[in-house]
Design a binder for this molecule. Structure first.
Ligand SMILES: [Zn+2]
Ligand SMILES: [Zn+2]
Length: 211
């Protein structure tokens, strides 16, 4: 039986996207002040924001595919990882594990931005890259929360809700993307079976966290 641990939840999860926003405010302030401390080409800024977006969306895909769904031999590592994502797979209505916490975003953001700084040696571009990553991270946290919280009938939210519920209920080794289908298509884990899921709104209501 996969369980979770309240001690871990405190550091590695957040109650909702609003709490996520409070937690990332200091990082946001740092990246924005790095970006605007002197003038720079806005096109270059936009390119680096976009690289940040791509980096975090790839990180989201690879973490889900290779970290959360791998059966590691190391027991401590397995116990740690199972406390979040596999627990989420087994307890879809437990909202406590829908959003990540301080100890995911801070170490990863620091690691990625430091690497970027060593590559480009430019604080402003590093700030733009960090901002792109953080915006996409916050977008992800909103999407993952609301697709387990509300039932959507049309548009992007309905598509990604079915896409994600298909991953949870039918094929855990397909459709790893929680915000986009692109990386599943690129890396061969896309399954369009979610399109044939003929769930009506009431059935989706039953699958998600709250009504
Ligand atoms: Zn989920
Ligand atoms: Zn999963």
């Amino acid at each position: 039986m996969v369980t979770t641990n309240p001690g871990l939840l405190k550091w590695f999860t957040s109650k909702n996207p609003r709490e996520v926003l409070y937690k990332i405010m200091p990082l946001l302030a740092i990246y924005l002040s790095l970006m605007f401390y002197q003038n720079i080409s806005s096109l270059l800024m936009l390119i680096f924001i976009f690289i940040g977006v791509l980096t975090w969306s790839l990180f989201e895909y690879f973490t889900h595919r290779y970290l959360y769904h791998t059966n590691f031999k190391n027991k401590a590592l397995r116990w740690f990882l199972e406390s979040f994502h596999l627990y989420h797979h087994h307890h879809l209505k437990d909202y406590r594990v829908l959003n990540a916490g301080l100890l995911l975003v801070y170490p990863m953001a620091i690691l990625f931005t430091t690497t970027m700084f060593f590559i480009v040696s430019d604080l402003q571009l590093t700030g733009a890259f960090g901002l792109g990553m953080l915006l996409y991270y916050y977008f992800y946290e909103n999407i993952h929360y609301y697709i387990h919280y509300k039932t959507y009938k049309k548009g992007y939210m309905s598509m990604i809700q079915k896409y994600h519920l298909y991953h949870h209920y039918f094929k855990w080794n397909k459709n790893y993307g929680n915000t986009t289908r692109i990386w599943d298509i690129v890396f061969g884990t896309y399954d369009d079976g979610y399109k044939k899921m003929n769930f009506n709104s009431e059935q989706i209501d039953d699958l998600i966290t709250k009504k």
